[in-house]
Design a protein around this ligand. Structure first.
Ligand SMILES: [Cu+2]
Length: 294
């Protein structure tokens, strides 16, 4: 049986009001584009019931506004247990932070960043950023999974790396993003064995892809982006495993030069799962595409 999340009290609901992001601290990262700052926020501890999988519950989300225009260049999320330590199991499904509510849609031209359990941190290639201003009502959506057979208490810590527009020494090129999933709704189940899913989409404008990352669940093997119009592979992200064969990460594509997209080209996203268990397993598979418009 799949159960929903049970937040502790109404702590999460209090986050629903738009919070101002004003606490810019110096980052140790250096950039020729200007002084780099970091902004952090965190959720309260929440209880994840056993079997809880990605759900988009209103009380889990929060709205924010930056006090001034900023260029986001990096994003990181971390799950901590009640003692403030990273738990052994993997409870992060995925998160979004950006100018749109990313639920069961596939928008183009989002100004959003993401993380998931196999890409807990992303950094855009040098010279690029996602511009956000005080006019943007920013939406933050954290999602957890609990595949254990007992409840756990965890919280999520978020770190946004950015350059304040007033600190820019050299211009950054704006990036836009889209999440292209192999299926909508995003959550599906994979039977034992090898399992592939595909979906196609078009980009109706000239663009250059500068960053690709994935959202995937345990036992996912790869996600590929293929340019159908040109009959060529754009990129294939493979899972990374540790010495014990446990999945610990996914590749990302990051390029200053970029991959050129011509308006109207069709792309195919293909995900591969290899389910070694005897039961169906939960899955999601999508590619997060960051591009510049030309
Ligand atoms: Cu997920």
């Amino acid at each position: 049986m799949r159960r929903l999340y049970v937040p502790i009290g109404l702590a999460f609901a209090s986050l629903a009001a738009a919070g101002q992001l004003t606490d810019f601290r110096p980052s140790p990262i250096e950039s020729p584009h200007g002084a780099v700052s970091v902004v952090e926020f965190s959720t309260p501890l929440v209880v994840l019931e056993p079997g809880a999988l990605a759900h988009h519950l209103d009380q889990m989300m929060a709205n924010y506004r930056f006090a001034e225009p900023v260029w986001v260049i990096g994003y990181k999320t971390e799950i901590l247990d009640a003692q403030g330590k990273p738990p052994r199991e993997n409870y992060l499904c995925h998160t979004f932070f950006g100018d749109q509510h990313v639920t069961q849609r596939q928008e183009l031209d989002m100004r959003a960043v993401y993380s998931d359990s196999f890409t807990p941190e992303m950094r855009l290639p040098q010279g690029f950023g996602v511009r956000l201003t005080p006019d943007d009502n920013l939406h933050w959506m954290p999602m957890f999974n609990n595949r254990d057979d007992r409840p756990v208490r965890v919280r999520m810590k978020v770190e946004i790396t950015l350059i304040r527009e007033k600190d820019l020494k050299k211009p950054l090129q704006p990036l836009y993003s889209t999440l292209q999933s192999v299926v909508i709704p995003h959550l599906f189940f994979v039977p034992p064995g090898h399992h592939e899913r595909q979906a196609t989409f078009q980009l109706p404008f000239d663009a250059k892809i500068h960053f690709l990352g994935t959202h995937i669940h345990p036992h996912g093997s790869s996600i590929e982006l293929f340019n159908v119009s040109r009959g060529e592979r754009v990129w294939k992200g493979l899972r990374k495993t540790d010495n014990a064969g446990r999945m610990v990460g996914m590749d990302v594509y990051s390029s200053v030069e970029g991959y050129t997209v011509r308006a109207g080209e069709t792309f195919r996203v293909t995900s591969v799962y290899n389910n070694p268990t005897r039961d169906q397993i939960d899955a999601m598979a999508g590619v997060f595409v960051f591009y510049s418009r030309r």
